[in-house]
Design a binder for this molecule. Structure first.
Ligand SMILES: *[C@@H]1O[C@H](CO)[C@@H](O)[C@H](O)[C@H]1NC(C)=O
Ligand SMILES: *[C@@H]1O[C@H](CO)[C@@H](O)[C@H](O)[C@H]1NC(C)=O
Ligand SMILES: *[C@@H]1O[C@H](CO)[C@@H](O)[C@H](O)[C@H]1NC(C)=O
Ligand SMILES: *[C@@H]1O[C@H](CO)[C@@H](O)[C@H](O)[C@H]1NC(C)=O
Ligand SMILES: *[C@@H]1O[C@H](CO)[C@@H](O)[C@H](O)[C@H]1NC(C)=O
Ligand SMILES: *[C@@H]1O[C@H](CO)[C@@H](O)[C@H](O)[C@H]1NC(C)=O
Ligand SMILES: *[C@@H]1O[C@H](CO)[C@@H](O)[C@H](O)[C@H]1NC(C)=O
Length: 404
């Protein structure tokens, strides 16, 4: 049951990991030299000189950051250390204790988007929570640890950036933390990018979701064709690339970015005689590469950034049991077949531009699961909120980010 060629990816990750490690080491050595030779140098000019990704303010607030940034640990290089998610599988276990019990009432009192409540209530079976992910050594993948999360992330601010797929993770996180009544603080719907935040008072942890659709850095021309991304209207989050908007991310200690979901729909949305479907399809990897290059480079400069590879749509109709996944099985609805290409583009980008982000590859457990909202909505992209699948994201964030 070979999936996305995981070995190739693992190797790629290792290469990137080493490249970044040595890059960071070089920076660290440079910093030490500068600190030793010029003790009175302002930290900010040091930062400018070296474009080093450290914020004075943040290191004061959260000493952990400094250590994190100076130690060259970024990309996961050896999956067995972190639970071996690749090569694992789902098993049904009715004795499994779920992280939370979905209730339509609690959902209505705490939702970010009401559709997550309605669809789950209407279409999702209650036993979806009884699945556990076993790693490739047949061991339970480590579970998200609420107390550990609060201990390790105390007094911090975390932002999750991305589409509704990311919104669902944030929703699952607040329920896992026990919040059944949440008043989300809403800000700014500039460039169709609303932000919602809540505070976990026990840990003093601010948790935010900022919507990100698709983005473009410019208008693209080729021959007679023009790709003007602004024409997409709803879902155009290009303004997130501007420095004013990036400043917001600098207020956070940790940013999770998952970016692919809205790009595959572009050929259909923009389809016209001057930007025909097939041409736009071919242009998307470039548009995506350019936009994510700007976004990830800017955000990761001051904020520890985690780049997440997650799910795209599957064939879910009438299915309830997980199945092995392969990229060839991705249905061609909504341009979903573009996702594998964009996954690759992300990894190449991070490698080529030496962007200092941690990559979390959650594709395998997520793409094996078919716990999306079942028909008749044909929503095979979003998960039932009571599904173990949505929670594997959080388990992976615990194992690979929060617990370290
Ligand atoms: C990964 O880690 C395991 C256990 O720590 C070790 O046995 C294995 O050789 C490592 N694999 C690689 C490719 O480094
Ligand atoms: C989950 O419950 C449904 C009925 O709601 C049942 O048909 C199905 O077999 C159950 N799944 C498992 C794996 O027991
Ligand atoms: C809560 O955390 C924020 C940073 O996110 C910090 O500024 C504030 O002082 C903390 N409050 C308490 C009571 O520790
Ligand atoms: C561009 O438009 C011109 C004039 O309408 C036409 O002759 C030419 O074939 C077009 N080129 C392409 C690549 O479509
Ligand atoms: C794209 O638009 C053209 C008309 O400009 C139409 O004929 C074609 O069917 C559309 N293609 C798709 C895939 O929507
Ligand atoms: C799913 O099941 C329903 C009812 O049994 C059936 O009408 C429908 O065709 C099935 N859909 C698929 C994609 O198999
Ligand atoms: C993605 O990258 C892998 C490994 O480098 C490769 O085997 C695969 O063909 C690529 N897929 C696409 C769609 O580019």
């Amino acid at each position: 049951m070979s999936i996305i060629p995981s070995v190739a990816y693992a190797e790629k990750r290792m290469t990137v990991g080493y490249a970044i490690a040595s890059f960071k080491l070089t920076i660290a050595i440079l910093v030490m030299i500068v600190l030793i030779t010029a003790p009175n140098l302002e930290f900010s000019s040091l930062r400018q000189g070296l474009t080093l990704a450290v914020s004075n303010r943040k290191s004061l607030r959260s000493p952990k950051r400094n250590a994190e940034l100076s130690v060259p640990t970024t990309l996961p290089t050896n999956q067995s250390i972190i639970g071996g998610v690749q090569g694992g599988h789902w098993e049904y276990d009715e004795h499994n204790t779920p992280p939370y019990v979905f209730s339509p009432q609690a959902c209505m009192a705490s939702f970010i988007d009401q559709r997550d409540c309605i669809k789950t209530d209407k279409y999702c079976r209650s036993n979806l929570t009884n699945w556990v992910y076993k790693d490739r050594n047949n061991k339970h993948y480590p579970r998200f640890d609420v107390d550990g999360f609060r201990r390790n992330m105390r007094n911090s601010r975390i932002i999750f950036v991305g589409s509704s797929l990311v919104r669902q993770q944030v929703q699952a996180l607040v329920w896992t933390l026990g919040h059944n009544e949440v008043k989300w603080e809403k800000t700014g719907s500039t460039c169709s990018s609303r932000r919602v935040c809540m505070l976990d008072a026990i840990g003093n942890i601010t948790i935010c979701h900022r919507f990100m659709g698709s983005m473009a850095t410019r208008v693209y021309h080729e021959g007679n064709f023009t790709l003007d991304h602004h024409l997409r209207g709803h879902g155009d989050s290009s303004c997130l690339l501007l420095d004013e908007m990036i400043a917001e991310f600098n207020e956070f200690d940790l940013a999770f970015v998952q970016s692919i979901a809205w790009f595959p729909g572009l050929p259909r949305v923009l389809n016209s005689s001057s930007s025909p479907f097939d041409w736009v399809s071919r242009m998307i990897p470039k548009v995506y590469y350019d936009a994510m290059n700007v976004f990830l480079s800017k955000v990761s400069r001051q904020t520890k950034t985690v780049f997440v590879l997650g799910q795209t749509g599957t064939k879910c109709a009438n299915k309830s049991a997980p199945e092995p996944f392969s990229v060839d099985k991705i249905p061609n609805s909504y341009g979903w077949q573009l996702a594998p290409k964009l996954w690759n583009v992300s990894l190449s980008l991070i490698q080529q531009k030496e962007i200092i982000v941690q990559v979390i590859d959650a594709r395998e457990p997520l793409m094996q699961s078919v716990h999306a909202h079942p028909s008749p909505d044909h929503d095979c992209l979003h998960f039932c909120m009571n599904s173990a699948a949505i929670n594997i994201y959080l388990d992976m964030y615990w194992a690979e980010v929060f617990s370290l």
